[in-house]
Design a protein around this ligand. Structure first.
Ligand code: NAI
Ligand code: MG
Length: 500
């Protein structure tokens, strides 16, 4: 249906220099205690990239012990000195930018040019941002009179746990490691079994600039290795990014021990286009918000498109043209815009949603559809940007997070009506509003029940802005100074009687 062009396919694996393939515990690269392994598949060709240890509760225990031992000294290192270590990590990541980008593209299936290189650059930005914030781990003095000195101080939490998914493994690992380490904690990070090598490479870079045991990485399956970390009695905080279902189990595990949790979960974010915005830059903004060049495997994807009825047909025409212009193919090819989904499970899920749309007489497929069954794209988990025109915000494809390139366009005529539909979701992560009337767009932005709303653009996260969802999209913020202070340190008050 679209005029999709298939990219070239090459034997590009040789151009990828993989880093470590084992776990990092106490500064050593180690196999799993139980000796089991997991194969990691390249989603573009379904070949095995390499194996990783299938870590278990035994590996988590070893990593926690190593982190506890490192924490005793790391907490006493002056914050500005800790920050300088992060700045050196940022420089080192920058020096290894292309290597990191190629690992990201190879293991995630995200295209090198449109996605993996920007992500590799963001990793360095994350370490540089938090590296400059050591001095902000400060307290206040309270004005209680000359005879009392009462002040607050920021302390690290201890050994913190992080669990990350596969969709942006570099960014997401970096935004757990950097603030945790800057604030004086030691970390045990459980990386995604589908995309572990990006995080292991970043950990190797960190290891060159940090004492052993400050950053530890375990690899393995969620229910075995991740659940053991989330339930570990000596983990003082869990930071999780992934699905809402697993997020719920992380909260349940934390309730046993009353430890803080931060969660960055799914989304089904609205993109609202007003009647005065039937323009090419808006079409670009909507496509960018939908993250088509990441195969829409993004929690902030603007996957519910609310188009004003008066421009519905003309806007859709322009969007179809743009969606058909993407070059889908080998993630490592410079010419590729759109790569592959991560694995067979996600591929099956996304195809299931598309089939559901095809079977629904109330909606119309206007672009894309099921992936090709033959040709070069059938060698991997490639999908085609897909658009369904629908009248309803209620059907399954407009309510559930698809995590694939399936966009649903819903018409609206009245502002109250569109806001009601936009907010009719148990998610509340992001939102997008497009209008030439900025005052009106801002008014709409304020009414959207989401943690991050963009007006007249659909871009990615920027370091420094508090990022996190409302409702079932999460708890707490990331990527900002406040996220480090509130998420990775604790505030103590000390009151001293001076009237002796
Ligand atoms: P997932 O939530 O199962 O996996 C994310 C991470 O959690 C991985 O490291 C995994 O090993 C770990 N994990 C899984 N089960 C666990 C458990 N019981 N205890 C502790 N850790 C556990 O996500 P999955 O299965 O990869 O994707 C399923 C859906 O989740 C996607 O279709 C998408 O809707 C959503 N998702 C959302 C993400 C986001 O950025 N908000 C990222 C990835 C997935
Ligand atoms: Mg899962």
């Amino acid at each position: 249906m679209t005029t999709k062009r298939e990219g070239r396919f090459s034997e590009a694996d040789a151009s990828v220099r993989l880093g470590p393939t084992r776990q990092l515990i106490g500064g050593e690269w180690v196999d799993g205690v139980d000796g089991r392994t997991l194969a990691v598949e390249c989603p573009a060709n379904k070949r095995v990239i390499a194996s990783i240890p299938r870590g278990s509760a035994h590996d988590v225990e070893r990593a926690v012990v190593a982190a506890e031992s490192a924490f005793a000294a790391w907490r006493r290192v002056t914050p500005s000195v800790r920050g300088r270590a992060l700045l050196r990590i940022a420089d080192d990541l920058e020096a290894n930018h292309e290597t990191l980008a190629r690992i990201i593209a190879h293991e995630t299936g995200n295209a090198l040019r449109t996605q993996a290189r920007p992500e590799a650059a963001l990793c360095a930005d994350v370490f540089r941002y938090f590296g400059g914030l050591g001095g902000e781990l400060k307290g206040d003095t309270l004005p209680l009179g000359d005879d009392i000195l009462s002040y607050t101080r920021r302390e690290p939490l201890g050994v913190v746990g992080g669990i990350v998914p596969w969709n942006a493994p570099g960014t997401l690992s970096s935004i757990k490691i950097a603030p945790a380490v800057c604030a004086g904690n030691a970390l045990v990070l459980k990386v995604a079994e589908d995309a572990p090598f990006t995080a292991l490479f970043i950990a190797e870079v960190c290891q060159r600039h940090l004492p052993p045991g400050v950053v530890n990485v375990v690899t393995g399956l969620g229910p075995e290795c991740g659940a053991a970390l989330a339930a570990h009695p000596r983990i003082s905080k869990m930071s999780f990014t992934g699905s809402t279902a697993v997020g719920r189990s992380i909260v349940a595990a934390s309730a046993e021990r009353i430890v803080p949790v931060s969660l960055e979960l799914g989304g089904k974010s609205p993109a609202i286009v007003c009647e005065d915005a039937d323009e090419d830059w808006v079409v670009q903004g909507v496509a960018s918000a939908m993250r088509f060049t990441r195969q829409s495997q993004s929690c902030t994807a603007g996957s519910r498109l609310f188009l004003h009825r008066s421009i519905y047909d003309t806007f859709i025409e322009k969007l179809i043209a743009l969606m058909g212009s993407y070059r889908i193919g080998d993630p490592l090819d410079e010419a590729t815009d759109v790569g592959t989904l991560i694995n067979g499970k996600q591929f099956g899920r996304v195809c299931g949603y598309i089939q559901d749309g095809l079977d629904n007489p109330a909606v119309k497929l206007v672009a894309g559809g099921l992936p090709p069954k033959e040709g070069p794209l059938s060698a991997g988990y490639f999908t085609v940007p897909t658009l369904f025109a629908s009248a309803s915000n209620q059907w399954r494809l407009a309510q559930e997070e698809i995590f694939g390139p399936v966009l649903v366009a819903i018409p609206w005529s009245d502002e109250d009506e569109v806001l009601r539909m936009a907010n009719d979701s148990h998610y509340g992560l992001a939102g997008y509003v497009f209008s030439r009337n900025t005052a009106r767009a801002i008014r709409i932005a304020h009414e959207i029940d989401s943690g991050w709303v963009q007006v007249n653009q659909g871009k990615g996260q920027i370091m420094g802005q508090p990022y996190g969802g409302f409702k079932q999209s999460g708890l707490g913020k990331e990527m900002s100074l406040g996220s480090m202070l509130e998420g990775f340190s604790r505030l103590k008050t000390v009151t001293v009687n001076l009237a002796l």
